[in-house]
Design a protein around this ligand. Structure first.
Ligand SMILES: Nc1ncnc2c1ncn2[C@@H]1O[C@H](COP(=O)(O)OP(=O)(O)OP(=O)(O)O)[C@@H](O)[C@H]1O
Length: 288
């Protein structure tokens, strides 16, 4: 069943077309990654979905309901967001920030219930911030702020989660912990991701963006190929397999890489920078 449907979405700023006719579906229960180079439109796409930006045209629906027509509170019961920018200026404690995730379920003067407070406690525990509950959010490290905001998104208790580069500021331990946590919740998730190995570990499906367009989509194996990484990101990479979990694994190489390390410092007259092989007798050559 389709959870999210985006159809012919277009978005521009000052007559610059930033999103050009984007269409895709996210299946219920799936974890979909959006990959692409800096400036390709990943964040802008997600912001159109979580309604920071208003599309010029197109439709976005969640469970067949028009997302663009929903009231804010109703929308907040459908979609939780972990956004990229996390510079909250106001001075709240960590616990107060996490509690805010319960606001869609509260009327104006209604206080937090035991259930609300239990959820807050549980999520603080799951992101490793129980001992920081009374600390000022403003004084936390970037990673601690990010973990607080993850806990806030999770107490919102929605069926759909948007992560805009969720692992920004997180060390590798917390990156894996966050992604394991999200994955264990089995919530339909749409996430911008930069790290191909993280994408490979967690995503069921990938969308590749370039210049405001979707240029490819499919399973991890269909999408992450050395050709795609060269074409879209301009990098040389070897695609292998993690011997333990059998997930696709990307190893990067220098822009100018010699197979088996056989080769010498040199420049190519045609400025070629790919992976290539030299005869052993070329070891001493300075130019090929
Ligand atoms: N409000 C805005 N005003 C003007 N240009 C914008 C605005 N928002 C986005 N853009 C431009 O749209 C393009 C896409 O930006 P976006 O942030 O969506 O890319 P991204 O793929 O998320 O990049 P990154 O990987 O660096 O986060 C960029 O060229 C950006 O400068």
């Amino acid at each position: 069943m389709v959870k999210l449907n985006v159809k012919n979405l277009k978005f521009s700023v000052e007559s610059k077309n930033i999103l050009k006719d984007i269409s895709f579906d996210v299946k219920e229960g799936s974890f979909v990654g959006v990959i692409g180079p800096n400036g390709s439109g990943k964040s802008t796409l997600l912001k159109n979905i979580y309604r920071i930006y208003k599309p010029d045209s197109g439709q976005i629906s969640i469970d067949n309901r028009d997302l663009l027509q929903m009231k804010d509170k109703d929308c907040a019961k459908e979609i939780a967001v972990l956004a990229q920018e996390s510079n909250t200026q106001f001075d709240f404690t960590v616990e107060q920030i996490v509690k805010m995730g319960r606001y869609p379920y509260k009327s104006v003067f209604e206080d937090y219930s035991t259930k609300d407070l239990d959820m807050v406690k549980e999520m603080l525990n799951r992101v490793g911030l129980t001992n920081h509950a009374d600390r000022s959010f403003a004084n936390l490290s970037g990673g601690e702020k990010q973990r607080t905001l993850i806990a806030r998104a999770l107490v919102q208790n929605t069926d759909f989660l948007i992560l805009d580069e969720p692992t920004n500021h997180l060390d590798i331990g917390y990156q894996i912990q966050l992604m394991d946590l999200v994955k264990s919740l089995n919530i339909t998730t749409l996430s911008a991701i930069h790290d191909m190995n993280i994408a490979s570990m967690y995503c069921d499906y990938l969308i590749v963006m370039k210049n405001g367009e979707i240029i490819n989509c499919g399973t991890v194996e269909e999408v992450i190929t050395s050709e795609m990484l060269k074409e879209v990101f301009g990098v040389n990479a070897h695609i292998g397999e993690n011997p333990v979990n059998k997930k696709l694994q990307v190893s990067y190489m220098h822009q100018h890489e010699h197979i088996n390390g056989v080769g010498h410092d040199h420049v190519h007259e045609d400025r070629f920078t790919g992976v290539h092989e030299h005869e052993h007798c070329h070891k001493q050559a300075t130019t090929v």
